[in-house]
Ligand binder design. Structure first.
Ligand SMILES: NC(=O)c1ccc[n+]([C@@H]2O[C@H](COP(=O)([O-])OP(=O)(O)OC[C@H]3O[C@@H](n4cnc5c(N)ncnc54)[C@H](O)[C@@H]3O)[C@@H](O)[C@H]2O)c1
Length: 342
């Protein structure tokens, strides 16, 4: 396999690229990434030592750049992680989400067809299903996204279907649960809270924190993506989850314990979403498990390891914190509610 990993300088894509570099059956690993605020070459520094690895700077909306890399690198498989990914940012700026997650994905599908790739796997999210209080989403569940982010991701997923049915483009979609692990940009719940608590700052919890998220370790997710890439069926969708349903407040309590902080470090704030905040995500995973994939990492153990990773790698996240992208967002999004606790 000669794999193009779009968005491979981001959180999940960097783990996937590393996993691919370690596989004997993968000949070439090319990361194609625009290095937006969320892209980070420091997350893939170690890959520079691998003779099979290459980094290319480019945006997935840029057809010329995409065609250039597919042709020159003789790519056989593409895995698309490139996306605008933060729900909260999508409340501030919808346009960039549509540009990358809808239009950019269109460019990648067209290129998959034009260059005759063996397979393109599009990485999506459980959030396209919306929220369910008591049920569990299957791959057949209707798409009811509730934020501009999840709506833009659903736009990408539906193009997969359109391409497969109309052109038999060899595409597969995976929908993952909430990921956690090292190298996650510290605006997302676990690293945002972990880094703030390590620094002795308060953490802002939306409402009472009773929202339920289904967590999966990033490496379990990447292994599932590779199984779907190798063994999935064209045109099919595969949920990838680990059934670790936890209320946000439960996660916060573990983080408080692990960083030796008490409840005074929690500030409950008003939810910025005008409508309801998604209450609960939950997915069945029989389909991907039938291909031989099973998650193997324990949530509680790996959550502690993740906090330790942030504790032991302050240079990685402090460099991000020092950039205006990060501080401007935190100020804009939490400034009013956190006030002096910002
Ligand atoms: N993080 C999660 O919990 C989660 C769960 C399920 C699915 N996903 C999906 O997995 C994928 C990766 O998520 P992540 O958390 O690693 O995201 P991330 O924000 O950490 O990384 C995204 C990467 O994409 C790059 N990128 C953004 N726009 C680009 C463009 N136009 N062209 C090229 N590169 C671009 C960024 O520079 C960055 O390196 C996304 O598609 C996301 O929707 C994420």
């Amino acid at each position: 396999m000669r794999i193009l990993v779009t968005g491979g300088a981001g959180f999940i894509g960097s783990h996937f690229a590393r996993m691919m570099c370690e596989r004997a059956d993968v000949e070439r690993v090319v990361v194609f990434d625009a290095l937006t605020y969320a892209g980070n070459l420091n997350s893939i520094l170690d890959l520079e030592d691998s003779p099979k690895f290459k980094f290319c700077l480019g945006r997935i909306q840029d057809e010329v750049a995409v065609h250039e890399v597919l042709g020159s690198e003789k790519v056989s498989h593409m895995v698309n992680f490139a996306a605008e990914t933060h729900n909260d940012r999508s409340l501030l700026d919808v346009g960039s989400f549509i540009q990358t997650n809808v239009f950019g994905v269109h460019i990648l599908f067209e290129a998959t067809r034009k260059f005759g790739l063996q397979r393109m796997l599009h990485v999506s999210t459980d959030e396209v299903y919306g929220s369910t209080l008591s049920g569990t989403f299957t791959e057949q569940s209707p798409l009811e996204p509730n934020t501009p982010y999840s709506a833009s991701k659903a736009g990408g997923d539906l193009q997969c279907r359109g391409h497969f049915v109309a052109f038999e483009t060899p595409v597969v979609v995976t929908r993952g649960g909430n990921n956690y692990g090292p190298y996650q940009y510290p605006e997302k719940l676990i690293p945002f809270f972990a880094t703030r608590l390590l620094e002795g700052k308060k953490v802002p919890v939306y409402g009472d924190g009773s929202q339920v998220r289904e967590w999966i370790h990033v490496l379990d997710h990447c292994e599932g993506i590779f199984v779907a890439l190798q063994k999935g069926t064209d045109g099919e969708i595969y949920n990838i989850g680990d059934h670790n349903e936890r209320q946000n407040m439960h996660v916060v309590k573990v983080l408080l314990e692990e960083t030796q902080r008490d409840n005074s470090f929690v500030k409950h704030i008003e939810d910025p979403r005008k409508g309801a905040h998604d209450a609960r995500y939950s997915m069945t995973t029989d389909k991907i498990e039938a291909l031989g994939w099973h998650p193997s990492r324990n949530f509680e153990t790996e959550l502690l390891s993740t906090v330790n990773w942030y504790r032991n790698n302050p240079e990685w996240w402090k460099k991000i914190q020092a950039k205006p992208d990060y501080s401007d967002f935190v100020q804009r999004f939490y400034g009013a509610s956190l006030g002096a606790d910002l």
